[in-house]
Design a protein around this ligand. Sequence first.
Ligand code: SF4
Length: 730
Amino acid sequence: MTNTHCPYCSLQCGMTLEAARRSALAVAPWPEFPVNQGALCRKGWTATGLRGSRERLTTPLVRDRATGALRAAGWDEALDLVADRMGALRRDHGPDSVAVFGGGGLTNEKAYALGKFARVVLGTSQVDYNGRWCMSSAASASNRAFGIDRGLPFPLADVEATDVLVLVGSNLVETMPPAARHLDRLRERGGKVVVIDPRRTPTAERADVAVQPVPGTDLALALGLLHLIDAAGAVDEEYVATRTTGFDDVRRSVATWWPERVERVTGVSAAELRDLADLLGGAGSVMVLTARGAEQHSTGTDTVSAWINVALALGMCGKPGAGYGCLTGQGNGQGGREHGQKADQLPGYRLIEDPAARDHVAAVWGVEPASLPGRGRSAYELLDALGSDGGPRALLVHGSNVVVSAPNATHVAERLAALDLLVVADLVMSETAALADVVLPVTEWAEETGTMTNLEGRVILRERAVRPPAGVRTDLEVLAALADRLGCPDTIGTDSESVFAELGRASAGGVADYAGIDYDRIRAEHGVFWPCPTPDHPGTPRLFTDRFGTPDGRARCVLVEHRGPAEATCDEYPVHLTTGRVLAQYQSGAQTRRVRELPDDGPFVELHPLLADRIGARDGDPVVVATRRGELKAPARVVDTIRPDTVFVPFHWVGANRLTNDALDPTSRMPEFKACAARISTARDSGRAEVLQAESPRVTTPACSVTPLVEVVPTGSTHDLETPLVGAAP
Ligand code: SF4
């Protein structure tokens, strides 16, 4: 029996794995692990479903020049080919001609090794990862407000102790079901749950208050709430004066956000807004948690800042059972952004352009600080530059399926096709691996040991429970073998515990300091919260109790303004498209779509009965959603839980991200997955017969990007849908 953790989301539920018949593994509860206390969602219960599957890759594949098809190859042939071609590109075009792309599901050890491989072995600045598309806006906002970015600055169980919990853009009940018990316990105590989401999700069904704003207007909603909280005299003046800076400017800026203006922009009625402000202003403790719904916007960082301002004005951050936090998404969404696979970072959450950080990490790595490259392109910008003049000509991908998960995915596939060399390390033939020149089969979670950092900043240990299939290597072994061939032997370790110890030394003194954590301690303590600088340090479950991580110890209230989505609705594209998850699938679905026990009904288009009537569609009819980037045909799912001006598509299947907008947040470089302009019709009317690839050329300057000054419809309205519904007015 092995105690370990689920391979999927950031809750990192504890589970026990037991040997079953033949080489199968059975999942059993691990009740002592405090985060989930034995509970798992259906993804967790079926997480061993790929074990022994024919879908597992067990031999390297290289693309045959004569036939263009992938064929089996030996490890030496595949690794020699990759190293030779990367070496030649570096010689001929410089180190930045080779890029590396990581993932938020990689262990801390892999994320660390990938960053070191890029900077030391390849000498490239071109390294980033898919977590840039997940939590980066919350990370940017937390850094600028608090000086530290840790998803939750308190244990998740603190949720039960608050009086009012505000979930902004989180469908926690569906995305991490074991966490839903905290909501129930909070309400049993008499606390209130508020959910802000354009859809009335299963989470909203379990809330006391559900507010359904127009996609992309959460920022305006927060400004309007702060306006009312201030007008009611509910600002904690002493807290603001002693623990924050910048509040006076923010207070002045929200003075013009009176409720009727907020209603016009967000579609949330002035009465709903007043009730919500009264609830927050009168509560003893308030906790605001954001997730992707609030963050995956071109205004994501400012949106999160606006909600942090609300929490600070109420005097909540650093107070027990209160404050602000981000519910991270991917399994190692937290640790994956701390140890060096980001374009602008070195291990320990250090900035790569900080001379002291470069000195420290270079000393641990045994290289000259000047040899380390500077910051590179962010994830989408990196993909956008592939194969272009001055862009990377080779890409090494670990733990990411960008063809499905990137915005404007058709364009991304085109950029991949323009490369001289695409190498993908994966456990199954993902849509991205299928395009590669070389595919390297790697171990899955239960076949290797490594640490993850969950949404609370708790560093936990995934233990190897079973031998990998013959022919498969770990990601660390792949990187070490490539480093060897590229002239840097012994640069990348293959023993994860030794790599973690090195990571600890590299992180020492940094914001995310892991120096006092080791595997035995994690086992004994059910995880250790960072920062933990020494072996005798207890770890830090709660941040900000006395001071924030800024130089003066005060939180920054940041002045922000509503801008709305980069792409407004218009006559041609009159509805809002938003994307999200379903319970049985995880991220790009590369793993979960292959687990037989999990239902896989494919994508669907959720729309309101009023909108369905207008286009003549019934539940189950094929409908086509089109944006300026592409089209998707899928069955209609007609529900009255979504705004009449909005359609929803889950992103786990090929197609959804062919529609989404690649407009980036200027600070976090987060793409705008959650809001773009679309039109919808029945497949009959559109003349389409199958799921379509984008056929229209990429449009960089929308033909109708001017935001119409027309009121949006308050939630629940029976607006005449013959009148096009339009987006937010500034
Ligand atoms: S997917 Fe998330 S919520 Fe479900 S079992 Fe795994 S870690 Fe827990």
